[in-house]
Design a protein around this ligand. Sequence first.
Ligand code: MN3
Length: 211
Amino acid sequence: MEIKGLRQIRSSSPFELPPLPYAKAALEPYISEKTISFHYEKHHQKYVTTANELIKGTQFEKASLEQIIKATAGNAEFVKLFNNAAQIWNHWFYWNSLDPRGIKKPQGEFLDAINSTFGSFDQCVKTFSNEAIALFGSGYVWLVKDGAKLKITKSTNANTPLAQNQTPLLTIDVWEHAYYLDYQNRRPDYVAAFLDNLINWEFAEANFRGY
Ligand code: MN3
């Protein structure tokens, strides 16, 4: 499959807002055009603008986004740069974790890996759902490949498994800005809409195989 925005994500600064892989209204009725407009054009864009301001005159001016994320993770001197750089990446990854064409369940080797880690596909989805509902505050839940194993992990704020030497396969953004206009406080309904109607298993599989 073609993964949108890879060029923007892999190039060095100044960073560009990666393209949204579908129209802003494409995820309706599960996620509204209004939510996507704010989330993509305001929040995601702001992380890009801020990261570009923060790297000016630093040793990171010529670095790629992924290099910056890995180099600044856990470094108290560069907390703001890490947060903004990681949020550019996390949002690019989140947009690609959503598919307006509907669910295509995993198969083959990827399904085998899911079954051997979680017992079944349904159990994998259930665990992901439970973590996404339970995460306290702002953050993300991820399906990752950690060495040869699959895992479901969560990260708070801008933190990302990319900085932990894990391979992210899928994510859901559970910051309130991702769902509040559509679901208010009903995060479980947003999580269910994501898992039942929007989750992009083809993207997960492409990440699982490597591309
Ligand atoms: Mn967000």
